[in-house]
Design a protein around this ligand. Sequence first.
Ligand code: SF4
Ligand code: SF4
Length: 81
Amino acid sequence: MSRVTVLAESCKGVEDCGLCLEECPADVFEPAGQSNARGYLPAFAAREDACTGCEACMRICPDFAVIVKAKRSSGKEVGDA
Ligand code: SF4
Ligand code: SF4
């Protein structure tokens, strides 16, 4: 299980990019409900529970706006104390 975070202010928008939506094999992403401060509609990890942790989204994002962190079975992210 993984935690998927989109840094909304770093995303250049699903209309102009959308690579994470295209690449995700688990269909985790969809457009967010509102634009960011730059006027772009960012991606949002709406179906995080479906994430396989493949990290394809993190690798493909040109703006380093996606962060995928593995979760332990306790629910804590790996790296947490
Ligand atoms: S890590 Fe893989 S399965 Fe998870 S959101 Fe990213 S592309 Fe989709
Ligand atoms: S790949 Fe990155 S910049 Fe492109 S829509 Fe997804 S989060 Fe935004």
